[in-house]
Design a protein around this ligand. Structure first.
Ligand SMILES: [Zn+2]
Length: 288
């Protein structure tokens, strides 16, 4: 599932390409992917793009906004004259429009924004501007690691807040940092890599971590997410940016997806276990 670095990369692309465009028409190919009457947004202009955790908000000139969650497999892909030479990754995207295209926004200046979604869990909803917090998903997002440009309305995870979250839970540390209601934006990839980077076992109870370990983990979370942002996110599954091209972090993971490979720290074998129902990669020799 796209995590903070992937969704932030999508946001940066939308900010660059779609802001300033007018919405001329909306083609809804899968009604479940789009909630609201498209008439409410036709002829409005896109003014800003915000992100909260893994959620996106496209603000419009008429005091409406589009709240978006790409969930497991959603893709937002922009095409116009200036981007038509950029080759889309066909293995991830397929044809445009294709059998997984759910919504098509026709924009002025012959531009198009496609919403593709294989699994169909993603959603787009028309909301009143600045009212995203009325939606349960946006309302319940925990503070997020401060790795991207700050936006109005965002709550950030500071080290004292992080320590407090750890103290208050006996959950496995890995499951806790992936709980979106506690901390926004961390999913499986960065939880695995941050725990490896801080040498903490994913199975430890959160409230058993020392203050020093909590501090190390906090720094590691920021470090792996900043690294992923520099690589344009991770495309192990269907994630692509708004130009339809892949991110590169999947080639630079520390332990994620590396079962049986050599640990970068000790040379021992990386193991795969299950923690909280999720596949978990770690080095039993380096992480305690
Ligand atoms: Zn190791």
């Amino acid at each position: 599932m796209p995590e903070l670095p992937e969704v932030e990369t999508i946001r940066l692309g939308l900010q660059k390409y779609v802001v300033g465009h007018k919405i001329l028409d909306v083609e809804i190919l899968n009604p479940k992917s789009f909630e609201g009457s498209s008439q409410q947004i036709i002829d409005s202009r896109i003014s800003n793009v915000k992100r909260f955790g893994k959620g996106l908000v496209i603000e419009l000139s008429n005091n409406k906004a589009l709240a978006i969650h790409v969930k497991m497999t959603g893709q937002l892909i922009y095409r116009d004259k200036s981007t038509e030479k950029i080759e889309i990754d066909k293995t991830k995207v397929g044809d445009l429009p294709g059998k997984h295209t759910r919504v098509i926004f026709h924009l002025n200046r012959n531009a198009i924004l496609y919403f593709n979604d294989i699994r169909k869990f993603g959603w787009i909803r028309i909301i009143e501007k600045d009212k995203e917090k009325d939606l349960p998903f946006f309302k319940n997002i925990g503070p997020e690691p401060p790795v991207a440009k700050a936006m109005e309305g965002q709550a950030f995870l500071t080290l004292p807040k992080f320590q407090k979250i750890l103290e208050g839970s006996s959950m496995a540390i890995k499951s806790l940092i992936m709980d979106q209601k506690k901390i926004g934006g961390i999913g499986n990839i960065y939880a695995n890599d941050a725990l490896f980077d801080s040498k903490i076992s994913p199975k430890r109870s959160a409230n058993k971590l020392s203050e020093e370990e909590g501090k190390k983990l906090y720094k590691s979370i920021l470090k792996v997410m900043e690294k992923s942002l520099r690589y344009g996110g991770s495309s192990e599954n269907t994630y692509v940016n708004v130009l339809g091209t892949k991110g590169d972090y999947q080639r630079h993971t520390l332990v994620y997806g590396k079962k049986g490979e050599k640990c970068l720290g000790c040379g021992g074998e990386i193991k795969r276990i299950v923690v909280g129902g999720r596949g978990t990669f770690y080095c039993p020799f380096c992480q305690h």
